[in-house]
Design a protein around this ligand. Sequence first.
Ligand code: HEM
Ligand SMILES: *[C@@H]1O[C@H](CO)[C@@H](O)[C@H](O)[C@H]1NC(C)=O
Ligand SMILES: *[C@@H]1O[C@H](CO)[C@@H](O)[C@H](O)[C@H]1NC(C)=O
Length: 481
Amino acid sequence: MLALCIGALILISITSWIYKWRNPRCNGQLPPGSMGWPLLGESIQFFTPNTSSDIPPFVKERMKRYGPIFRTSLVGRPVIVSTDPEFNYFIFQQEGQLFQSWYPETFTKIFGQQNVGSLHGFMYKYLKNMVLQLLGTESLKKMLPEVEQVASNKLKQWLCQDIIEFKDATASMIFDLTAKKLISYDAEKSSENLRENFVAFIQGLISFPIDIPGTAYHKCLQGRKRAMRILKNILQERRAKPRKHQTDFFDYVLQELQKEGTVLTEEIALDLMFVLLFASFETTSLALTLALKFLCDHPLVLKQLKEEHEEILRSREDANSGLTWKEYKSLTFTFQVINETVRLGNIAPAIFRKALTDIHFNGYTIPAGWGVMVCPPAVHLNPARYEDPLAFNPGRWEGLVSNGASKHFMAFGGGMRFCVGTDFTKVQMAVFLHCLVTKYRFQAIRGGEISRTPGLQFPNGFHVQIIKKDEKDATYNSKCL
Ligand code: HEM
Ligand SMILES: *[C@@H]1O[C@H](CO)[C@@H](O)[C@H](O)[C@H]1NC(C)=O
Ligand SMILES: *[C@@H]1O[C@H](CO)[C@@H](O)[C@H](O)[C@H]1NC(C)=O
């Protein structure tokens, strides 16, 4: 009898727990949707890989069923998903007031509790200003010749190799440049391969947080540990032997760290270096790889791109003088190609926020404390805004009037948290394409298939051959000159 009573009690509490899970409390009307299984929520559906470039099936199905704003549960958190341009805009504009940047625990574990994306208020503004020292326009202007030099050297090296895996090769190119700017890291002279610790990061970043050997998440955390150890060692070395002149970003950070009454802590400084190292190369190399793939598949676009860059050389006195800032700024078609690539790339498949108070929008209430996920792919692939949205058509940007953070373009986010690396990415991409199309041709050999988990990946890489422009056939490549 007692056992039966206890059994019934357990059953009742489990049922009521499940009922509560499925019907969360809310002082108003929750957006429609399903909370999925207890704890697990709908995480499995969300993380299921898919090879399509369209709006992730998880989002698309629910948009059809529930409309543009719906509720779900991901990695143990109740979340409102927004595919609505007006609501997205509202979310970005209300940063720090009604919403706050918030990332799932996987992010904070990997990037550190004190990473720039998780900071708010004064500390956030302070760090952002520091980052702009490195990635602001003035700094990029100075960096331009160096970026061109690096790209040009790399291409020469790749010419000597039969086939290169483009994703990895560009990742290494960009990483080495950033690491040099940040910590004077010299990949060729260093005993430790710093970049190795960042490989396979995208997979782990938006993944299910199970920290056991073999999972993507586990690999990510191990990589972070090793990279942080290297950064810490550098910090200690420099403290022990202060350098006279500031030569890299770390020197500047150390200076700030030693100022009297500074708000900066060692932990925040190290997290910042880590985030910048990661953000700089993984995102941009994905974008460049995708751009190259699109150019392989669209010879007419490639032709037009080539013409734009050859015109630059033609109008110079000395065709071999380096790319100037003014020339860079004049690359209209190149920027259209870049816009179109990142629109279709959806390298950031989700942007996360947290509701700070109960928020009312279009008759719905979002309870305080809930996560909010802005879904850029739904905006970028909306046929009402972009005709034939899955087609690669850089020309569609022609004459499209919009200011930086448009409601229909959020590849780099929007509002106060707009990506600080946007211009850096554009410089990297445009300069690389300039060096590539003015001196070389290229040929896709194999790979190039994409997968989304939901982050963009090239599971088989993208293997290409770089060929001298004036050679008819790769077999006669007079290489390595
Ligand atoms: C194709 C390349 C890139 C894409 C698609 C991209 C995308 C984004 C997006 C969507 C955000 C907004 C996140 C949010 O609102 O929560 C963001 C923020 C950020 N990005 Fe990028 N990014 C790229 C390149 C870079 C590069 C090259 C760097 C640095 C070297 C960088 C550093 C950052 C940082 C530090 C933030 C946080 C800014 C803040 O919280 O205010 N990104 N990025
Ligand atoms: C991807 O999504 C589409 C559309 O929902 C679906 O038909 C397809 O089976 C999915 N799977 C793969 C492996 O692409
Ligand atoms: C690329 O997109 C941004 C954001 O919408 C816009 O401001 C810019 O003008 C676009 N560039 C080109 C060349 O169309």
